[in-house]
Ligand binder design. Structure first.
Ligand SMILES: NC(=O)c1ccc[n+]([C@@H]2O[C@H](COP(=O)([O-])OP(=O)(O)OC[C@H]3O[C@@H](n4cnc5c(N)ncnc54)[C@H](O)[C@@H]3O)[C@@H](O)[C@H]2O)c1
Ligand SMILES: N[C@@H](CCO)C(=O)O
Ligand code: NA
Length: 915
């Protein structure tokens, strides 16, 4: 910690002897005549000050208003108390909302008293809305609008009411007498402005500064009530500033420090409550610190006393990692470097104005942003970044910000390369039309240069460039001056970011995965920001994608479940039981943000409560509308990665996969319809999948949760050659023939399979062999064969007479009449020492597939199955003598939903989740 800069050589007793008491009129601190003071120029001289009220003083030829609109006389006394500096001081600034009501002012007093620092300097803004009221008074008076008088009355009443609530006894009387006097001075002054129809800058600055005078006096009395030693400071006596541009001032530190020392020598209280916002010029004309003035006051004063810390009290918990209105998952940052705070405020983040940071930055004084209305929030500390802070990649990025309503201008042509002066010519043309260039990017080939300007300025810029480069364009040295409208900037802000390998990769990867196109990129050498230009319509999505990649769990998936039937519902329940574990162990944040059935749908922005999705579905659901459902998933939420899980058996739903993938929505499904549908559609879908960053997984379409598709992929991708795939692919038919024994009837066993959840929604899809044929086609296509479903000869087990049944129920009712036929077939096989098995074959060598009922000897592996077992044998170049066999339950709710869940995690890991 820093040591004391200046210690007091004078014992405290001496200090108190010289201290000025509050004047009879109620001013806690009596103003000194600054002009005389300057003339006398006695560095350590303290002043004894007389005080009279009501007159406007005259200095030289100028009609001046002293800080408190009070005329004063000055006489000298010797210096007795020096201003101590350093760690003993803490500075607090309370904004207008913190001072909004008497109760809040009392809360502020309590916070001040609760700070155990040895010395405290408290800077306050005017009560909320008062500064605006004061500006409006001036505005009305100079526009000769009589109503300024009523407005002045309101200002008076507001402060009187607040004071009556907050104070009592002598303090109240003092405050009210001062308030009366100030208001009557203001009335006179506003009258003068009204008559003149004009207010000079110093007149209006004088008027508006009263809000701070009153709020700070009330606070200082409130603090005094507790018996604490507290003085009130009118910072116009201390803070000296000089104009440094339109609506900007620079502090004069040296002069301010001198004046502060003198002020302190007269009032060496432990707590000083001071006005924010107001100051005076070197000529002692009252002025203000302009926008965000009180923060600036606090920073300057903090620097003058070399404070331990400056705390800015406001109504938010601290500085957010992104605009919380756009990114609901934005987090409060615990620390920020001064430069990061600078960058962020440039991008419009509600941080401190950059100039507020400068005074404290030079002394490395931390600024803490705290919430007055949530004292438990630790806030954000803005300080010098410790050099040894661990270089965690993610920690490099502190926040994201966006700027909308921009246009990119692209100047292109071969005549630019190696020609010095082109960029100067471009930007001087831009300057002539007064446009503000927000970002510039030029690739080193020098054939083009592009820059971003506000959309409203681009027409003028473009016209100016066309005029400036008319000849170059005509001669073809420049090929075009192009404008790209409706752009936004996304900026990532962070110290060391630009110099840490991998940060931009993560950023661009997140954008790519969210399917966002980047139009231009700029990264300064300043290390503090990477700027990308993108289409405005993509901007919020890009912001969320980038933000969630760096700030949320590493991989966030927003899921839409279509078809909460047997598999869909089971999946939702499995997710319910596992999401917390995934978040904790794998950093995967899974949110189901929509569920749609055939008739109703449930939408959520942040995630359905999976413990009660069924009730919600009944209570909150809207009529199902797939287009709206998909729109919700692609637009209405903060999550960058979206996946639709199709748990229907619907061909129509499957026909949308292509469009969804194109929109950047991943697709996961146990529905076989897309992969076994028309070949051209299938190929189109797969081509798109391969060409994009969007994923399509369908492991559960074959063998339910068994690793069939992934095994086949593994073989193919490592260069093995598939010769033949053969197996029992139907859980239903496996179950039926495994259990069709003894005295049991065929129809009973089918009903059992249906009951167990093995069958398709319509069991005829299983018995007809269609379901198996679809699986054969899926594996055949996966192996490279270009077959249509109709190319697969299928032996159907559905009796001809039942094919036309109108419903699955009717079919099930009529099935028993065919039990006799089935019993006969089975007995014939048994007599030969064989069993019936329904198999599918992909004959890759001959480019064919088939599905048929076959008889196998009792010792054949296909005869050894039980339950709903699937068995799939891959014969390949590597597995030629003995096939690679995958066996296990190949249907049923839990295993199928488990297979779909597995695909969801596969997706998460493709998107960057840890393995
Ligand atoms: N059951 C299994 O063992 C198993 C195994 C592997 C694959 N599959 C496949 O899983 C899928 C679901 O099977 P299931 O057994 O859960 O069937 P199911 O009939 O129980 O569920 C399907 C659900 O989808 C709904 N639905 C139908 N059309 C819809 C639409 N257009 N929009 C929204 N919802 C719609 C239905 O109302 C129903 O709730 C099927 O494609 C099936 O082939 C099932
Ligand atoms: N009905 C199918 C579900 C698995 O795709 C079966 O029985 O195998
Ligand atoms: Na599978």
């Amino acid at each position: 910690m820093r040591s004391l800069a200046v210690a007091s050589p004078v014992p405290p007793a001496a200090a108190h002897r010289r201290r000025l008491r509050p004047s009879a009129s109620g001013r806690e601190v009596v103003s000194q005549c600054l002009k005389c003071e300057i003339n006398q120029d006695r560095p350590m001289g303290a002043l004894r000050i007389g005080h009279s009220q009501g007159n406007l003083p005259r200095h030289g030829s100028k009609n001046l208003l002293t800080p408190a609109a009070a005329a004063i006389s000055v006489e000298q006394v010797e210096v007795s108390t020096y201003l101590p500096k350093g760690d003993m001081w803490s500075v607090h600034k309370f904004g207008g909302t913190c001072m909004g009501t008497p109760q809040r002012i009392q809360n502020v007093a309590d916070v001040v008293l609760g700070d155990s620092s040895e010395r405290k300097l408290i800077i306050v803004s005017a009560m909320s809305k008062v500064t605006d009221m004061m500006y409006s008074l001036v505005h009305k008076a100079q526009s000769r609008d009589d109503s300024y008088t009523e407005e002045l009355d309101k200002v008076f009443e507001k402060h009187m009411a607040a004071a009556k609530d907050l104070l009592d006894g002598e303090n109240l009387a003092r405050f009210l007498s001062q308030l009366h006097s100030d208001i009557s001075n203001l009335r006179a002054m506003l009258r003068a402005i009204y008559i003149a129809g004009h207010a000079t800058e110093s007149f209006s600055e004088f008027v508006v500064g009263h809000g701070e005078l009153w709020s700070s006096q009330m606070l200082s009395y409130a603090v005094q009530k507790s018996g604490a030693s507290c003085s009130w400071m009118d910072t116009r006596e201390v803070l000296v500033v000089k104009p440094s541009g339109p609506d900007m001032v620079d502090p004069d530190y040296e002069e301010s420090e001198k004046r502060l020392e003198k002020w302190f020598s007269r009032q060496p209280a432990e707590i000083i409550v001071a006005t924010g916002f107001i100051a005076s010029t070197a000529e002692n004309i009252p002025t203000t610190l302009k926008r965000d003035g009180s923060d600036f006051s606090a920073a300057i004063i903090g620097s003058l006393v070399r404070a331990r810390q400056v705390t800015i009290w406001t109504d938010v918990d601290g500085v957010f990692s992104a605009d919380p209105r756009k990114v609901s998952e934005a987090v409060i940052l615990s620390t920020l470097s001064y430069q990061e705070a600078w960058e962020m405020s440039y991008f419009g983040a509600n941080v401190l104005h950059p100039r507020t940071i400068i005074p404290v930055m030079k002394d490395n004084i931390p600024i803490v942003i705290r919430n007055m209305f949530n004292l438990s929030a630790p806030g954000t500390v803005i300080c010098k970044q410790p050099a040894n802070e661990d270089a965690d990649l993610d920690a490099c990025v502190k926040s994201f910000a966006t700027i909308d309503k921009l246009a990119l201008v692209n100047v292109e042509g071969t005549g630019m390369a190696g020609v010095p002066g082109t960029s100067s010519a471009i930007f001087s043309a831009v300057k002539e039309v007064g446009a503000n260039v927000i970002m510039i990017s030029q690739a080193s080939s020098e054939h083009s240069i592009c820059f971003a300007v506000p959309e409203k300025e681009v027409a003028a810029v473009s016209a100016a460039l066309h005029v400036r480069f008319r000849e170059a364009l005509a001669a073809g040295r420049l090929s075009k001056v192009e404008v790209i409208h409706d752009c936004s900037i996304l900026a990532a802000v962070g110290l060391r970011m630009a110099s840490t390998p991998g940060v931009s990769a993560i950023l661009f990867d997140a954008l790519a995965k969210a399917n966002i196109n980047v139009r231009a990129i700029a990264q300064g050498c300043s290390e503090y920001n990477i700027t990308v230009v993108l289409k405005q319509e993509d901007c919020v999505r890009a912001l969320r994608a980038a933000h969630s990649r760096f700030f949320l769990s590493k991989t966030t998936l927003a899921i839409g479940v279509i078809g909460p039937g047997l598999i869909g519902a089971t999946l939702l329940n499995q997710l319910r039981d596992q999401v917390a574990v995934l978040k904790e162990n794998m950093n995967i944040d899974v949110r189901v943000i929509g569920i749609t059935g055939a008739s109703t749908m449930l939408l959520s922005d942040t995630g359905v409560d999976l413990t009660r999705w069924k009730e919600e579905m009944q209570k909150e659901a809207k009529p199902a509308d797939l287009a709206n459902f998909v729109r919700h998933l692609s637009e209405d939420h903060v999550f960058p990665n979206k996946v639709l899980v199709d748990c229907t058996a619907d061909t129509n739903v499957a026909s949308h996969y292509y469009d969804w993938l194109k929109k950047g929505i991943h697709v996961i499904t146990p529905n076989k319809k897309a992969n076994s549908g028309p070949l051209d559609r299938y190929l189109k879908l797969r081509t798109l999948q391969r060409a994009s960053y969007t994923h399509y997984f369908y492991e559960a379409t074959v063998g339910a949760g068994l690793p069939i598709i992934s095994t086949l992929r593994g073989l193919l991708e490592t260069g093995d050659k598939i010769l033949r795939i053969e197996g029992i692919f139907s859980g239903t038919l496996s179950y039926i023939f495994n259990n069709f024994e003894g005295t049991r009837s065929f129809s009973d066993v089918v009903a059992e399979a249906k009951e167990a959840g093995y069958t398709e929604p319509d069991p005829r899809d299983d018995l007809s062999g269609t379901d198996v044929a679809r699986k054969v086609i899926i594996l055949a296509r996966e192996s490279g064969l270009r077959l249509e479903l109709s190319d697969i000869p299928v032996e159907s087990l559905v009796p001809e007479a039942l094919k036309s049944c109108s419903s699955p129920n009717e079919f099930m009712q009529k099935l028993p009449s065919f039990d006799q036929d089935w019993a006969r077939q089975r007995h014939e096989a048994e007599a030969a020492g064989e069993v019936l098995r329904y198999v599918g074959v992909v004959d890759v060598l001959n480019g064919k597939g088939r599905v048929e009922l076959q008889r196998y000897k009792r010792d054949h592996p296909f005869a050894q199955l039980s339950g709903s077992d699937n068995i799939i044998a891959f014969t390949t170049s590597r597995y030629k003598e003995q096939p690679l066999i995958v066996r296990g339950p190949g249907a049923g709710a839990e295993v199928t939903a488990g297979g779909v869940f597995c695909d969801i995690l596969r997706l998460a890991s493709y998107l960057g989740a840890p393995s």
